[in-house]
Design a protein around this ligand. Structure first.
Ligand SMILES: *Cc1c(COP(=O)(O)O)cnc(C)c1O
Length: 393
């Protein structure tokens, strides 16, 4: 069966506006002046579809792509994308040869992984390109670099830099960049934002002294790209904002930043029914009708990415009007009490979209379900096909 034939069997879809992705990258690039932009397309491009989204971002002027896992990087190459690709969540013991052979840049957080990259490169008789990741305070991925200022103190970072400098001198690796990641970029006034920038500057100095003259130095995720222009260095590394969502909903909406949400989720009403007052709805009857009314059955559930926490609170749009999920979200479906609105099986329900026509946004769903828009868009599963608008066809 072709993709289209499959799509014709699924009652819900994620429609992705590729031109919005392209436009968002342009807007973000304008914000950072001359700096380069690496579009982060991990997690299937935040649920928008890896390859089409990556192409749309490159069209907007992204010069590189960033992913977490090596398999995501290889998938980009397999699709014929030859832009620089960086993968930074590389556990020891993986077969790195295909990455090195495909010219994928490996984000290295430890000497252990550095040595595995070196071994893979040696096996292929070529040099591998790496970027070194320093932990300047997130306490997550990256070689621990604190206290970096006292460079006579040995840290994981100084060990990694020295080892990388030796390996670069031997010709087995080329260190193209250094990067780190913020803990509090969504709170630009938080003292860690300044502290991490200072630590990063120190980490760069240590690398310079070791003779690693890197091409690119980068820190900024979406939130920092939008709120901390002085953190830019040579490149920014936004993900969420590329897809038109705000990483800092308390500081600005997507529209305030000139961004356009690229994802729209819709479903076809599977069934409608008139029920009397007092009818319990869905598992546990956490919603009970208070009058004779129409219930509509929406064929999307938590297995598809609708958060179960959205039971009785998730917003939807039907027939141009806003309603709320009635009762529990089930694995495959949820219900909506639409009162006397004439809704029919086969009509469309908008779960969320850009918000232009009064429909809810992914941010609205995040607030309703007590989470962040990142989690809303990344969770749509294999039963919800992606349909693309715009792009290069
Ligand atoms: C996910 C991620 C990004 C992008 O973050 P956004 O908040 O989506 O912009 C950038 N860098 C690293 C290391 C990441 O893990």
């Amino acid at each position: 069966m072709t993709g289209e034939q499959w799509a014709a069997l699924w009652p819900a879809r994620v429609t992705v506006d590729l031109d919005a992705i392209t436009a968002n990258v342009k807007v973000l690039r304008e914000r950072v002046g001359g700096a380069e932009l690496m579009a982060v397309v991990k997690a299937d491009a935040y649920g928008h579809g890896l390859v089409p989204s990556a192409r749309a971002a490159l069209k907007g002027g992204a010069v590189a792509l960033g992913v977490a896992q090596p398999s995501e990087a290889l998938a980009l190459r397999t699709a014929g994308i030859d832009a620089p690709v960086l993968t930074w969540l590389v556990a020891p013991g993986l077969d790195l040869a295909p990455l090195v052979a495909a010219d994928i840049e490996v984000g290295v957080s430890s000497t252990q992984v550095l040595e595995e990259v070196v071994a893979a490169a040696a096996g292929l008789g070529r040099a591998a390109t790496v970027q070194l990741k320093v932990d300047t305070g997130l306490g997550r991925n990256g070689a621990f670099g604190l206290p970096v200022a006292a460079s006579d103190l040995r840290t994981d970072w100084t060990d990694l830099v020295d080892q990388a400098a030796r390996r670069q001198a031997e010709g087995s690796v080329r260190v193209r960049g250094i990067f780190t990641h913020f803990a509090y970029a969504d709170a630009p006034e938080h003292p860690t934002v300044r502290a991490q920038q200072a630590a990063f500057a120190d980490a760069v100095t240590i690398a310079d002294r070791a003779g690693l003259a890197v091409e690119v130095r980068h820190l900024s995720n979406s939130a920092a790209t939008l709120t901390a222009p002085d953190a830019t260095w040579d490149m920014v590394r936004p993900g969420l904002a590329v897809f038109g969502l705000t990483p800092v909903p308390d500081l600005g909406t997507a529209a305030d930043f000139g961004l356009r949400p690229a994802m729209r989720v819709t479903a076809t009403v599977a069934l409608t029914k008139r029920v009397p007052a007092g009818q319990g709805v869905s598992y546990g009857h956490t919603y009970v009708t208070d009058r004779e009314t129409t219930l509509i059955d929406v064929p999307l559930g938590y297995a598809d990415g609708i958060p179960r926490h959205a039971s009785n609170v998730g917003p939807v749009q039907v027939g141009g009007r806003r309603f709320t999920v009635s009762g529990r979200v089930c694995m495959d479906q949820f219900l909506i009490d639409v009162g006397d609105l004439p809704v029919h099986a086969g009509d469309e329900v908008v779960i969320f979209g850009a918000g232009d026509d009064g429909e809810p946004t992914a941010q609205d769903w995040a607030e309703a379900a007590g989470t962040i828009s990142y989690e809303i868009v990344t969770r749509f599963g294999p039963r919800v096909p992606r349909v693309y608008l715009g792009g290069d066809g």
